[in-house]
Ligand binder design. Sequence first.
Ligand SMILES: NC(=O)c1ccc[n+]([C@@H]2O[C@H](COP(=O)([O-])OP(=O)(O)OC[C@H]3O[C@@H](n4cnc5c(N)ncnc54)[C@H](OP(=O)(O)O)[C@@H]3O)[C@@H](O)[C@H]2O)c1
Length: 329
Amino acid sequence: MASMTNSIVLNDNYEAELRDISGDDSFLGAGDLLIDVSHSSLNYKDAMALRGDKSIARQVPLIPGIDAVGTVVESASERFSAGDSVILNGAGLGEKRHGGYTPQLRIDASSTIALPSAFTAEQAGALGTAGFTAALSVDALVRQGVQPEDGEILVTGATGGVGSVALHLLSQLGYTTVAVTGRQDEHAEFLTKLGASDILDRADLGEEGKPLQKARWAGAVDSVGSTTLANILAQTKWGGVVTACGMAQGVDLPATVMPFILRGVHLAGVNSVDAPLELRQSAWDLLAEKLDAAVLDDMTTVIGLDEVIQAGSDLMDGKLSGRTAVRVR
Ligand SMILES: NC(=O)c1ccc[n+]([C@@H]2O[C@H](COP(=O)([O-])OP(=O)(O)OC[C@H]3O[C@@H](n4cnc5c(N)ncnc54)[C@H](OP(=O)(O)O)[C@@H]3O)[C@@H](O)[C@H]2O)c1
């Protein structure tokens, strides 16, 4: 068994620290696969856990990191053998059980995906839960029948992890996209490169609006929630589909039923943590088939475990954009 060296641990006071946990097998957790973790990533949820948010960190001590990419060392599952490269997003990692900010971990094969040959472990780490959730969201639009010729797709939180990967995937699939951001001055060029044909200021959607507004969107990928999501629903065209995965603005949804009953709008929830294996595989297949790895590399920052705590704080302060991969060993 490879020796455990430094890991990030949320201690009994919910403070994140870099700690050597070698020899303490309780930190391996349970599961039918033992993996050497090469990469994890930094997501919004990780940043919340790193600052000790108890809604994410459901136990202490806890190794945060909601993503783990690595190589199977021991397998009690028929689906994987020693030496296989694998990815696990969510499934309680870094929340209810130890996560990916550690060099070795036990995980469940039932939610684990084989690393697609299209990606290196570092690229899979860069995608992480945010990229996976973007793919689940885009997959949901496609499954619910939204087609490129139906019209524009709105993407909120566009400079963030979910938003940026969603914008790129949608444009690779031939959709016309419109990005919503609060950081147009800094990131307009980045968003245009990702395929956005137009950019809206997040303030345009952030205030309470009428229950039904001028219908513009054939669909939307929302990671913001609150009044933004309510306004998107009010601006969605007949039969359009809006996916909701996030709450960067708030967990509330101050909307009416009018878009649903007068325009047949569909609201599709996206949950990456508990997604069944079939949806996980479909999302990763979509990423492997459509994502341009060079575009991903351009939006990726790679950090070491020793930089994660500061980067989590920077993410919460809105100082990061794109994706952050964490090199664990
Ligand atoms: N359901 C799931 O399974 C799932 C999975 C992954 C993520 N999420 C959730 O999805 C959200 C986004 O995750 P992420 O990883 O993409 O986070 P992120 O990288 O931090 O991006 C969030 C983006 O939201 C925008 N934003 C921040 N504060 C805002 C506000 N007050 N009003 C409007 N927009 C705001 C910012 O984009 P601009 O600067 O461009 O405006 C920011 O970059 C989070 O709430 C996260 O918890 C859910």
